[in-house]
Design a protein around this ligand. Structure first.
Ligand SMILES: NC(=O)c1ccc[n+]([C@@H]2O[C@H](COP(=O)([O-])OP(=O)(O)OC[C@H]3O[C@@H](n4cnc5c(N)ncnc54)[C@H](O)[C@@H]3O)[C@@H](O)[C@H]2O)c1
Length: 342
C-alpha cells in the first residue's frame, strides 16, 4: 500500500517531535518535504534527518512551493500560532489534509475559517492536542466513564513551568497577542483541553491574568475559575515563572474517588484512590506512568498513529468540534479577565 506522505511546514522547536513521531510510522508514512522561510531552519532539518540516518527530503523555501508539490498528502503546520489559520486554509485549498499544532489560531473567526476551509475542500483537519492520548489521561477518562468517582465535585489543574526571557526573545512572535498569546494560550490550552476531555462542557468562567516576571505583551501567569455543566467546579492555574518545569497536573476530586495525574506533563499517576476497587483498572494505573524528556510529552507519536489510521480507513472528515471548543473557552477566559473589569 502506498505510504501516506507528510510535509512539515515550519521547522522550529516543535518540529523534531513531529519528525520523530512520523519516522516511527515508516513505512506506512513518509516525510516528503520540509518547508521553512528561514534557510537556517531548512539546514537544521537536513542535519536532523542525517542524524537519524534518513535520506534528505525536498526542502521548500515557500509555502507556495510546498503546496505545488504533488508528493505531499498532509501538511503538518508547525509555524507560529497566529499563522496556523492562513497556512492551514492554503493547504486545504490545495487539497492537502491539514494537521495543525495547537492552538488552531489565536482568534475565533480565523480558527473557524480554517475549520470551514477544510470542510469545503473535503480534507481532514487534525488539531494537535496530544495529551488526550496520554495513557494516564485515557485511564482517568475510562474510570470516569465507568462511574467510579460517583459525583465529581471539582477538577484542578496546575501548571508550574519555566520559560526564560531568552525563550520569549528567541523569536519575534513569542508572547505577542497577534501571533502567540501568553501562558494560557500557548501552554495552558493543553491543560484546559484535558480538563474538558475529563470534565465535559464548561459554562461560567472567571479569570485573572498578569505579566509579572517577563517582558512580553501577554500574560506569564494566570488563574481561571469555572463551572462544568455537570455542576463540578474547575480551577486552572498556569505560570511560566516557576524555578523549573515543576508540575503539569490534573486532579479530580469526586464523591468516591480522588486521582491526581501529575509529573511535568500529566505523565504520572500520583494518586489513584477509589472507595471501590476495580482490579483491572487499578493494575493498569500502577503501570501507566511514563517518562518524558520534554514538557511536550510523548503524545505526538500516538497522535500521528491516529491520523494515519483515520486516513487509511478513508472515513470522511469530521468537524473539529472539541478542539475549537477549547479555543472558545480560552478566549472567553481572556475576555473575563477580572483586571480588565477594574
Ligand atoms: N503540542 C505541543 O506540545 C507544542 C509544543 C511546542 C510548540 N507547539 C506549537 O507549535 C507551533 C510552533 O512552535 P515552535 O516553538 O516550534 O516555533 P518556532 O518559532 O521555533 O518555529 C516556527 C518555524 O516556522 C517558520 N516559519 C514562520 N513563518 C513561516 C512561513 N510563512 N512559512 C514557512 N515557515 C515559516 C519559522 O522560520 C520557524 O522555523 C506553535 O503554534 C506552538 O504553539 C506545540
Amino acid at each position: 500500500m502506498k505510504p501516506i506522505s507528510f510535509a512539515l511546514l515550519g521547522y522550529g522547536r516543535v518540529a523534531p517531535t513531529h519528525l520523530d513521531a512520523l519516522l516511527a510510522l515508516v513505512p506506512e508514512a513518509t516525510l516528503a518535504a520540509v518547508c521553512d522561510t528561514d534557510p537556517g531552519a531548512l539546514e537544521q532539518a537536513r542535519q536532523d534527518l542525517d542524524a537519524r540516518h534518513v535520506p534528505p527530503v525536498t526542502p521548500h523555501a515557500s509555502l507556495d512551493a510546498l503546496l505545488a508539490d504533488p508528493a505531499v498528502d498532509v501538511v503538518s503546520v508547525c509555524t507560529p500560532s497566529g499563522l496556523h489559520p492562513e497556512h492551514g486554509i492554503a493547504a486545504a485549498k490545495a487539497g492537502k489534509h491539514v494537521l495543525v499544532e495547537k492552538p488552531m489560531g489565536v482568534t475565533l473567526p480565523a480558527a473557524e475559517a480554517l475549520v470551514r476551509a477544510c470542510a469545503d475542500n473535503g480534507v481532514h483537519l487534525f488539531p494537535v492536542y496530544q495529551n488526550r492520548l496520554n495513557t494516564t489521561l485515557q485511564l482517568l477518562k475510562a474510570a470516569i466513564e465507568k462511574g467510579r468517582f460517583g459525583k465529581i465535585y471539582a477538577i484542578n489543574s496546575t501548571v508550574i513551568w519555566r520559560r526564560e526571557q531568552s525563550y520569549y526573545d528567541s523569536a519575534a512572535w513569542r508572547g505577542t497577542r497577534a501571533m502567540d498569546g501568553g501562558a494560557f494560550m500557548n501552554q495552558g490550552i493543553h491543560f484546559l483541553d484535558a480538563m474538558r476531555f475529563i470534565g465535559g462542557e464548561i459554562t461560567d468562567v472567571q479569570s485573572t491574568f498578569a505579566t509579572l516576571g517577563r517582558t512580553i505583551e501577554c500574560e506569564d501567569t494566570g488563574s481561571a475559575l469555572f463551572r462544568f455543566k455537570s455542576g463540578a467546579l474547575g480551577n486552572l492555574f498556569v505560570t511560566m515563572l516557576g524555578m523549573n518545569d515543576r508540575e503539569g497536573s490534573l486532579t479530580v476530586i469526586g464523591e468516591k474517588g480522588q486521582v491526581k495525574i501529575g509529573g511535568t506533563a500529566m505523565n504520572t499517576i500520583e494518586e489513584w484512590t477509589f472507595a471501590a476497587p476495580d482490579p483491572e483498572q487499578d493494575a493498569l494505573a500502577r503501570d501507566a506512568d511514563y517518562h518524558t524528556a520534554s514538557v511536550y510529552g510523548n503524545g505526538h507519536k500516538a497522535f500521528y498513529r491516529q491520523v494515519l489510521d483515520t486516513l487509511r480507513a478513508g472515513t470522511p472528515p469530521a468537524a473539529a468540534g472539541p478542539e475549537l471548543d477549547s479555543l472558545k473557552i480560552l478566549l472567553r477566559m481572556y475576555d473575563k479577565d477580572l483586571t480588565k473589569q477594574g
